[in-house]
Design a protein around this ligand. Structure first.
Ligand code: SAH
Ligand code: SF4
Ligand code: F3S
Length: 439
């Protein structure tokens, strides 16, 4: 009988994609994925360390599976991803949850088949972590979640050391993938019917900086745009310090590159941005947005904010609100600053009290939401091409998809349209989505 596994993924697209590769490796080994966690022979948690609540999610899950392990001691419990990359936390969880059998990291998941073999042979706990790797993990089979859109890594790691962030410690330094490997992966996806790809990297706009050559992110966009069959090219994440005129020109010239940029600003105060080590000012950010909007028709912008970074004053926060009103973002991820192990901001004495952080967070949402709604309302009466993703969770006879500019659209339609590009006439708009009719 086949062995079964259950995997749960926390964190960003990078982790989602690593999980698709972990599933690919396990399937090649004859394992079968199941959705009933407590019945699986192997339970994997692919973890995230970005904020305290991401970390706490793992502890909750480990508390739950303790019983599973007691009832069935042969179940293998594995923890992988970003959390075990931190030595202190890794040691803490191994002490607190001694029933964990296997720990592997962001640079070692490709060894999973051997690690599982070793566990069954030795019956011992195995820890496989490489702190910082120069290797690129290539040619891993993947179990892709969707058959019409997929992720493609273009680079790994991050060199930026933003003062609040653990990613440079969990993912190591920037390593760009070889251009031909990326082109081949995208071509293969397009040939098997994929319509949309999302190029992944912590900082896609620095693609190529570590390679010996003069081939950079805009060049990659232009080359991928030529791949036939493909309809949409997305990418994330762009760092405001690395965006430039070549990038704007590539989006403008390439019909498949979507008219949406996710450009995390974090704060509207140049003083806070300097302390965050973001390497751009509020003025730089605004100048880019203005120029890009002028050059690229119907361009939409989404962003990330951190509220309550150490030392953030009321005036600094007001500048964030002013920037929101000026840019009029189409969507945003909003985060309350969370102290992270090993980061420079975590050591600062001038942490902002929780009550102030929450109060500012609420004010940020109150400023953002009416803008999202009004931007969506401006789409009423217009027609958009929508890539159909799935059946709507709440209304079974409805479908959901995204416009090119990444707005979420719900409309009535048959499930056979999943994976197709359709036209929708927008009739209604809310803060987070729009509704319309198929035309
Ligand atoms: N590489 C991307 C995203 C990294 S993590 C980038 O540079 O934009 C995604 C988001 O999590 C960040 O943009 C930031 O807004 C948020 N984040 C990271 N560390 C955080 C922390 N310690 N507390 C709160 N939010 C954080
Ligand atoms: Fe973290 Fe900054 Fe790197 Fe993004 S650019 S992953 S926020 S250190
Ligand atoms: Fe989390 Fe690691 Fe991504 S810390 S946000 S899963 S890179």
């Amino acid at each position: 009988m086949s062995k079964t596994y259950y995997i749960e993924t926390f964190g960003c697209q990078m982790n989602e994609y690593d999980s698709e590769k972990i599933c690919g490796l396990l399937n090649t080994e004859g394992y079968v994925e199941i959705s009933q966690r407590d019945q699986a022979d192997l339970i994997i948690f692919n973890t995230c360390l970005i904020r305290e609540n991401a970390e706490n999610k793992l502890y909750g899950k480990l508390g739950e599976v303790k019983k599973v392990k007691r009832l069935n001691p042969n179940t293998i419990i594995a923890v992988c991803g970003c959390i075990p990359q931190n030595q202190e936390i890794r040691e803490k969880i191994l002490t607190k949850y001694p029933f964990i059998d296997l720990v592997f990291g962001t640079n070692t998941y490709d060894q999973l088949p051997e690690l599982l073999y070793d566990i069954t042979q030795s019956q011992k706990k195995i820890i496989a972590i490489e702190e910082n790797s120069d290797d690129l993990i290539e040619a891993i089979p993947k179990v892709r979640k969707f058959h019409h859109k997929g992720f493609v890594n273009i680079m790994y790691g991050c060199n930026n050391f933003c003062a609040y962030c653990v990613v440079p410690y969990t993912r190591g330094r920037e390593r760009s993938r070889n251009r031909q490997d990326i082109i081949d992966e995208v071509t293969e996806l397009a040939n098997s019917g994929y319509k949309e790809i999302t190029l992944l990297g912590q900082n896609v706009n620095s693609y190529g900086n570590d390679l010996q050559g003069s081939y950079f992110f805009p060049d990659l966009l232009r080359e991928l745009n030529e791949i036939s069959g493909l309809e949409r090219i997305r990418y994330m994440t762009s760092h405001p310090k690395d965006v430039n005129d070549d990038f704007i020109a590539a989006i403008k010239d390439c019909n498949k590159v979507c008219n949406h940029i996710h450009l995390p600003v974090q704060s509207g105060s140049s003083k806070v941005l300097k302390e965050m080590n973001r390497k751009y000012t509020k003025e730089d950010y605004l100048a880019f947005v203005e120029k890009a909007k002028r050059e690229i028709p119907n361009l939409s912008f989404s962003t990330d904010f951190i509220v309550g970074f150490p030392g953030e004053t009321e005036e600094d926060f007001e500048e964030t609100l002013a920037l929101v009103r000026q840019v009029r973002f189409d969507a945003a991820f909003t985060f309350i600053y969370s102290v992270r192990p090993g980061t420079s901001a975590g050591k600062r004495e001038d942490q902002i009290p929780d009550t102030i952080k929450h109060e500012r967070f609420d004010r940020l949402l109150k400023t953002l939401y009416p803008i999202f709604e009004s931007n969506n309302k401006a789409c009423i009466g217009h027609d958009y091409t929508v890539l159909v993703d799935d059946v709507s969770k709440n209304k079974p006879d409805y479908l959901t998809g995204r416009t090119e500019c990444h707005r979420l659209v719900h409309f009535k339609g048959d499930a056979s349209l999943i994976g197709q590009v359709v036209k929708v006439h927008i009739t209604k708009a809310r803060t987070w989505y729009m509704e319309g009719n198929l035309i």
